[in-house]
Design a protein around this ligand. Structure first.
Ligand code: ADP
Ligand code: MG
Length: 295
């Protein structure tokens, strides 16, 4: 079956920067596709080309097998974009904002439904200037849904939100996905990509450096676990274990946790702050690029 959305060899060349350098991928209908990467990787530029908001310098985007350039407004009417906060009309309430944006589209989703899906009940009649960060993101998501789109684009929707607001937002994304919508999301939080996305592309310097489901990517690259200990405690074992220092923690990647524990015990290293964890997308990014996702 043809993918709902397809990026073919997308390139965006700015005068001084090649923001996107030949990126291809397919997004089947009904999944949440995630672009993961550090600041400046080219995620937003890629998404803006997918949306048709930024013109590609090379390559093309296809929707249902047809170039979006040829589809024009027939494409724009089928997608929803979560804009940055500045898109909200100030001095209007949440409800008035929904009406304002809905008036721009021929196809409309009922406002009462949007309110229920995005859980806007408590602050419907509040001026949008007086919303918390998490509330604002929920309103922006509702605006992305006013035309009942098939594909919804979310560019770093939870950046700057506190952990609870982030989890609440994840719940909304899950309920929208459960309606059968297709989502394209960018994030630099590996946990967010892991929680929400069925398929991810890891980007760095305008290129796609890995593709697959989070679980498959981790299984393909790693067959070990990570043992973490504060550096001061790990120092007891000297060079008998190949610890890698990351900040205040010493990390050991190993397939033989039991053996490593024996060495630690023999050296009488304190184990009260010992942690053993599976590999994460953060480790994968570090392995692929030699740098931290969050740096
Ligand atoms: P990300 O969303 O992953 O942080 P972006 O797509 O925003 O990355 O940016 C990728 C690169 O392109 C960066 O080096 C950025 O500075 C550059 N860039 C983005 N937009 C523009 C623009 N309008 N003009 C010039 N350079 C840009
Ligand atoms: Mg960005």
């Amino acid at each position: 079956m043809a993918a709902l959305l397809e990026a073919r060899e997308l390139v965006k060349q700015y005068p001084k920067v090649r923001a996107v350098d030949g990126v291809s991928f397919e997004v089947p209908a009904g999944i949440c596709f995630g672009l993961l990467g550090p600041n400046g990787a080219g995620k937003s530029t890629t998404v803006e080309m997918l949306e048709g908001v930024v013109a590609a310098s090379g390559g093309e985007v296809r929707f249902r097998g047809e170039s979006i350039a040829a589809r024009g407004s027939r494409y724009r009417e089928r997608i929803g974009i979560q804009f940055q906060a500045t898109a909200l009309q100030d001095f209007l309430t949440v409800r008035e904002n929904l009406r304002f944006f809905q008036a721009l589209y021929p196809t409309k989703r009922r406002i009462e439904e949007l309110i229920a899906v995005c859980r806007l009940e408590e602050f419907l009649d509040r001026d949008t200037q007086k919303l918390s960060g998490g509330q604002r993101q929920r309103v922006l998501l509702a605006i992305a849904l006013v035309n009942d789109p098939e594909v919804i684009f979310l560019d770093e929707p939870t950046t700057g939100l506190d952990p609870q607001a982030r989890r609440n937002f994840w719940e909304l994304v899950r309920s929208i996905k459960a309606e059968g919508k297709t989502l394209v999301l960018t994030t630099h939080y590996m946990e967010e990509a892991y929680e929400l996305c069925d398929d991810i592309g890891i980007m760095d310097r305008g290129r796609m450096i890995a593709r697959g489901s989070p679980q498959r990517l981790l299984a393909e690259h790693f067959d070990d676990s990570v043992l973490e200990l504060p550096v001061v405690d790990a120092m007891r074992v000297g060079d008998r274990l190949p610890f890698v220092i990351r900040g205040e923690m010493a990390e050991l990647s190993t397939r033989d946790i039991a053996g490593a524990l024996q060495v630690l015990q023999k050296a009488e290293a304190p184990l009260s702050r010992l942690r053993i964890r599976p590999r994460t997308l953060e480790d994968l990014f570090l392995e692929l690029t030699g740098k931290d996702l969050r740096a």
